[in-house]
Design a protein around this ligand. Structure first.
Ligand code: SF4
Ligand code: SF4
Length: 206
């Protein structure tokens, strides 16, 4: 497994996706609220509908995390291709790279995933990481993702997140929002503001 520093966008990757579709059914795809909004907008469905059909949750570290329900098969894959390609989650855009956010909130870095069954490694042209990210249209979501992951890291210090009621509020705020017409940046800011208000009320009550 190779770890690359994200500050080295000149780093070369030798990779070309062969569109075999294997990674779509074998990778854990964690979804940020903006990923969910993008998919709901594309399919014109509510977040409630989205969760009924497409998501699953894991709260093993006390912070509810939302994942695409892509086992045994991603519901958005048809004939090995992605039917929501232009609005696919950030995790899908990054593959075969993955973002790592260090706990100390310092720089982020990339991790090359050793996906044994990926036939795209060591094929195709050599490409700079920066070019790969541009091709995958990652940059527009990258900043939002960094903020979101840093926010999740800071939550680990909040003892109230262990309480069931708090977890439920967290899920409703960040994963059960009402879909509105707003830029992704505005949308995320609104969610953080809402959470701050809930958090303050909760701190007063406990
Ligand atoms: S497993 Fe590799 S080659 Fe196959 S679709 Fe995924 S990224 Fe492309
Ligand atoms: S959303 Fe698209 S790219 Fe992502 S796993 Fe599903 S089919 Fe693959």
């Amino acid at each position: 497994m190779s770890v690359l520093n994200a500050k080295e966008p000149h780093h070369i990757l030798k990779f070309k996706c062969k569109q075999c579709g294997h990674c779509c059914d074998s990778t854990y795809i964690q979804l940020a609220p903006f990923d969910i909004k993008n998919i709901c907008d594309t399919l014109d469905i509510s977040t409630q509908k989205f969760h009924e059909k497409y998501s699953m949750f894991n709260s093993s570290d006390n912070i509810p995390r939302c994942y695409l329900r892509n086992r045994p098969r991603c519901p958005f894959k048809e004939n090995k291709l992605c039917t929501i390609y232009n609005n696919r989650p950030l995790r899908c855009r990054l593959f075969p790279l993955g973002r790592v956010y260090p706990e100390d909130l310092n720089e982020s870095s990339f991790l090359i995933l050793p996906e044994e069954k990926c036939i795209g490694f060591d094929t195709g042209k050599k490409i700079k990481i920066s070019e790969f990210l541009e091709q995958q249209n990652v940059n527009s979501l990258d900043k939002l993702s960094e903020e979101w992951n840093h926010f999740l890291i800071t939550l680990k210090d909040n003892p109230t997140i262990e309480k069931q009621e708090f977890k439920q509020s967290f899920k409703e705020t960040f994963y059960g929002f009402e879909n509105k017409d707003a830029s992704l940046k505005e949308f995320m800011e609104e969610l953080y503001q809402k959470w701050n208000i809930i958090n303050q009320i909760y701190q007063i009550r406990v």
